[in-house]
Design a protein around this ligand. Structure first.
Ligand code: SF4
Ligand code: SF4
Length: 93
């Protein structure tokens, strides 16, 4: 798609700063990650895990700040962040 202007934060938002992975076997559906993500990246989905828990899902990974809070707050160690080093190196001070 051709943009009629280049957004000022184009380099910041071209790629997510991190990729979020939810381990479906570990998630117990507590909702902490979805509730406290400052960018509304995660939400509780409608799908149930094999153990019957409502699973957290990634709603919009492009908004992730790579703050790591979801990884920290998950009591089941079900969230794994992979930092996108390429996107970080493109951020201009
Ligand atoms: S790293 Fe931060 S912004 Fe990204 S999904 Fe987790 S809590 Fe949200
Ligand atoms: S905090 Fe962990 S266990 Fe709770 S919903 Fe999120 S991924 Fe699942």
């Amino acid at each position: 798609m051709k943009l009629w202007r280049t957004p000022f934060d184009h380099n910041h938002s071209a790629e997510p700063l991190a990729y979020v992975f939810i381990d479906r076997e570990r998630c117990k559906g507590c909702g902490f990650c979805a509730e406290y993500c400052p960018r509304d990246v995660l939400k509780m989905g409608s799908e149930l895990s094999s153990k019957g828990y409502q699973l957290a899902v990634v709603k919009d990974g492009s908004k992730c700040l790579a703050c790591g809070f979801c990884e920290l707050i998950c009591p089941e160690f079900a969230v794994k962040l992979t930092i996108n080093n390429k996107a970080h190196s493109e951020i201009k001070p």
